[in-house]
Structure formats: structure tokens, C-alpha cells
Write a protein that binds this ligand. Structure first.
Ligand code: PEP
Ligand code: MN
Length: 290
């Protein structure tokens, strides 16, 4: 059904120990491992907007049971006039949040010239959807050597996404988390922001041994849709969820970026509980049942 990609460093045939369909090559981030036991929930604000906001959300996501903290210090904004993130100061705030909570940090790097700087704080370097085909950036994060969370370009095919992972692998790291975050179809913002392509989760799991993380937040664009999309992702057998959080519903209107889609900590808790319930079931792959 889907062509094997045998000559790539990222494909299953290149890794005899993971050649079997759906066997996953785990990625370890400090005390957390993605792809070995149950689904890992990664959560935090869209953007580091202040020390108070980030520390409050960091404490809340830790209390809710999330295992890593995500937040952007450098933001990829469609308009150059929109808030671009706090930059270096934002990284310092993330480092403080990690020191207090112990949660590893996932944060985006946009510019190949900033890989060293962002990588000095990040435990996982996020490549955003808009950067998925920034080939020098992919090579540079691969060379840096820390784990990479590679978001799918919202206009990219599965093959293009896998080739993007190949750039990271050729750069030097195989610690890659593939992150589906919704693609552009007919979604026009009235009901959802993008279309969550859950079929791609299975395709990537078939083609590569890398853990797959789903970001229901950016696909939804609306906090209301996030819990069900997260549940659907868990049913698909994902290894992690990436979710944006606000402290309170009133904060949505105040957020400088992506406020409408942030869920509150109590909803995050219910998603973590669901993820833990999935971890307790040993999921039998349909392939194995066939
Ligand atoms: C984000 O994670 O905040 C983000 C901007 O996501 P994406 O690159 O998927 O649009
Ligand atoms: Mn966001």
C-alpha cells in the first residue's frame, strides 16, 4: 500500500532491530522515555510571555501529570508584525521552570544560527511546521545531537516529512520524534484550524521506527476540540501528545499567541488520565492480529 523507503537512514530496513512493523526506537530525554511504555504528555504555553505565566503553567502541567514542558521563546509568526517571542530571556525563563519542576524542556528553534543558543537550554529541539523543509536548519539540529521533535509541514506529504527526518539523521541524530499537527485541507477556521491526519500516524509508524507524537492543539485551533482529538490520537497508538495550556479560560483572550486553543489544567489532567489508561492496556497492533 505504501512504498518502503529502503535506502534511507530513517527507514525500518536500515535498523534490523526495529525492522519489524511498529517496533519503536525509543527516544530518551533525561528521565523520560518516549516510545517504550505508555504515551507521554508534553504540555505548556504556546509562548513564553512572562516569567509568572510560564512558571504558573509549568507547575500546573507538572501537577496534571505531564512529563515534559513545552513553550516557545522564538515563535514562527505568519506576520512579521506579530509578537515574535521573548528570545533569550524566554529561554532563561524555561531553564528556571525546568530547575523548579524537573520537567525537560521542548522549545522551538527557527534559525540555524541559533541552534547552539536554543540547544543550550532545550532538552528537545522543536522544528515547527513552517520550518519542516528548512534543510540547513534540519542538518544543523541533527549535528547538534539533542533529540528533535519534527513537526509535519501543514502542506507536506508523509514522504516529504520522512525526507525531512532524513536530513536530521544525516546531520547526526536518530533521536527523532515525528509530530503530526494537522494539515491544510478544507478547514477554514470556522470549525477547526487544520485537519488532523491520523492516518499519517500509522504510515509513519510503518515507514520509520521513530516515536510519533500528535499535537491536537494546532490542528484544532479551539480548546473545545482538543480532548476528543487527543483521545482519537491515543486510540491510534501514538507515543505522545503535545498540548497547549492556559491557566484559566479568561487568559485565552489575553494570550499573545494561540490563546483560543489552550486547554485549562483540569482538562489536561483528564487527558493525562486517559493516556495513563492507555498505558495500562497493552495495545495489540492490528498487524499482529491479522
Ligand atoms: C507551536 O508549537 O506553538 C507552533 C507554532 O506550532 P506549528 O509549528 O505546528 O504551527
Ligand atoms: Mn502555538
Amino acid at each position: 500500500m505504501f512504498p518502503a523507503l529502503p535506502h534511507l537512514k530513517v527507514s525500518r530496513p536500515s535498523h534490523p532491530e526495529y525492522a519489524q512493523p511498529f517496533r519503536t526506537r525509543p527516544v530518551s530525554v533525561g528521565p523520560v522515555t518516549v516510545g517504550s511504555s505508555g504515551p507521554v504528555v508534553i504540555a505548556g504555553p504556546c509562548t513564553v510571555e512572562s516569567r509568572e505565566q510560564t512558571l504558573a503553567i509549568a507547575r500546573a502541567v507538572k501537577a496534571a501529570g505531564a512529563k515534559m514542558l513545552r513553550g516557545g521563546a522564538y515563535k514562527p509568526r505568519t506576520s512579521p508584525y506579530s509578537f515574535q517571542g521573548m528570545g533569550k530571556e524566554g529561554l532563561e525563563i524555561l531553564a528556571e521552570a525546568r530547575a523548579e519542576t524537573g520537567l525537560p524542556i521542548v522549545t522551538e528553534v527557527l534559525d540555524p544560527r541559533l541552534v547552539e543558543l536554543v540547544g543550550s537550554v532545550a532538552d528537545v529541539l522543536q522544528i515547527g511546521s513552517r520550518s519542516m523543509q528548512n534543510f540547513p536548519l534540519l542538518t544543523e539540529v541533527g549535528r547538534f545531537g539533542k533529540p528533535v521533535l519534527l513537526k509535519r509541514g501543514f502542506g507536506s506529504t508523509v514522504e516529504e516529512w520522512v525526507y525531512a527526518a532524513e536530513y536530521v539523521a544525516l546531520g547526526g541524530t536518530l533521536d527523532i520524534l515525528m509530530c503530526e499537527r494537522g494539515i491544510r485541507t478544507f478547514a477554514n477556521g470556522s470549525y477547526d484550524r487544520a485537519t488532523l491526519d491520523l492516518a499519517a500516524v500509522r504510515a509513519v509508524r510503518r515507514l520509520t521506527p521513530f516515536p510519533v507524537v500528535v499535537d491536537p492543539t494546532h490542528a484544532a485551533g479551539d480548546a473545545d476540540l482538543v480532548p476528543d482529538l487527543a483521545a482519537a490520537s491515543l486510540a491510534q497508538g501514538v507515543h505522545g501528545l503535545l498540548i497547549e495550556v492556559v491557566m484559566a479560560a479568561e487568559d485565552r483572550a489575553r494570550a499573545l499567541c494561540d490563546g483560543e486553543q489552550g486547554i485549562v489544567p483540569s482538562v489536561l489532567r483528564s487527558i493525562v488520565e486517559r493516556a495513563e489508561a492507555f498505558a495500562a492496556l497493552s495495545r495489540v497492533e492490528p498487524e499482529v492480529l491479522a
